[in-house]
Design a protein. Structure first.
Length: 287
């Protein structure tokens, strides 16, 4: 005679037992609910609870009226009637004492993760934010230099300079020495101008072109061109003029001196001796 071990399980109970065997229920310890509300927490079990209770904390509460008197199906599930529900808080991370890593004996990976990246990554974040403000992601050429910005940022954020005033890139001592030996070419004006300044220059050039297209202005420009062509060799002409004036004045002076000498010679033919005394005895002349 067959011996009956227990009652025959229904299909739903068999499915729930199979689910529980694949996914074991959470541990029933007080440590998992230390940060939750102070209620009687019912751990979820597929054979005991509705799937609505999965992932939440629920506790049955006593009510004075019927369970479904104030129940609203649009806001909750019927299985939660008569229960107080709260979301399960995330598990608290375990406090781990950080291990002190020697920068002289650690591996390259540990040095990068513990010493280089904590200082470099905030600077790169600030560099990307400044590049976005300078429209570097929208234009092909800009005046923004990422290496210069990162150098200035890291120099001013150095823990040894926290109490000092921030300096610009050109005023950093080693940068100043480097630029003195390796001067940079000047930045083009197109990169230094802002959008407003460039728009003003373009509009001024366009307005000037439209004004120069007027017939009166065209006639004035032709007259100026002819005047420039006529006065192109004005400097050479002035030099020639003054050279002629100097040669003419020199020629007239020589003629006048010659005439005076002739008059003097004719006056000396009467036999009168004229002695011209000089301050120095060597220059005494007898006429």
């Amino acid at each position: 005679m067959a011996k009956i071990i227990g009652e025959k399980k229904s299909l739903w109970q068999q499915v729930c037992d199979e689910y529980d065997s694949q996914y074991p229920p959470p541990l029933d310890n007080a440590a998992s609910d230390t940060c939750s509300v102070e209620t009687c927490v019912s751990q979820y079990s597929a054979s005991k609870h509705s799937p609505v209770f999965h992932g939440i904390m629920a506790s049955k509460v006593a009510v004075d009226t019927g369970l479904f008197n104030d129940f609203e199906p649009q806001c909750s599930h019927p299985a939660l009637a008569g229960y107080a529900v709260a979301p399960r808080p995330p598990p608290q991370p375990k406090s781990v004492t950080p291990e002190i890593i020697d920068p002289h004996t650690c591996s390259p990976k540990e040095y990068l993760e513990n010493y280089l990246f904590p200082a470099l990554l905030p600077g790169m974040e600030a560099m990307l934010a400044q590049a976005q403000r300078e429209c570097c992601l929208e234009r092909k050429r800009t005046r923004f230099n990422a290496c210069d910005f990162l150098t200035e940022w890291l120099y001013n954020k150095n823990p040894r300079r926290l109490e000092q005033e921030p300096v610009s890139f050109e005023e950093i001592p080693f940068v100043r020495d480097w630029l003195r030996e390796h001067p940079r070419p000047p930045i083009p004006l197109s990169l230094l101008l802002s959008d407003e300044s460039a728009a003003i220059l373009i509009q001024a050039g366009w307005r000037g072109y439209k004004v120069r297209c007027y017939p009166e202005v065209q006639e004035l420009r032709r007259w100026q061109k002819e005047l420039r062509e006529e006065s192109r060799d004005i400097g050479q002409r002035v030099q020639e003029f003054w050279a002629n004036q100097e040669s003419r004045g020199r020629r007239g002076m020589l003629e006048r001196v010659g005439r005076e000498l002739e008059d003097t010679s004719q006056a000396n033919r009467s036999g009168v001796c004229i002695r011209v005394l000089s301050p120095t005895p060597q220059n005494t002349v007898i006429l």
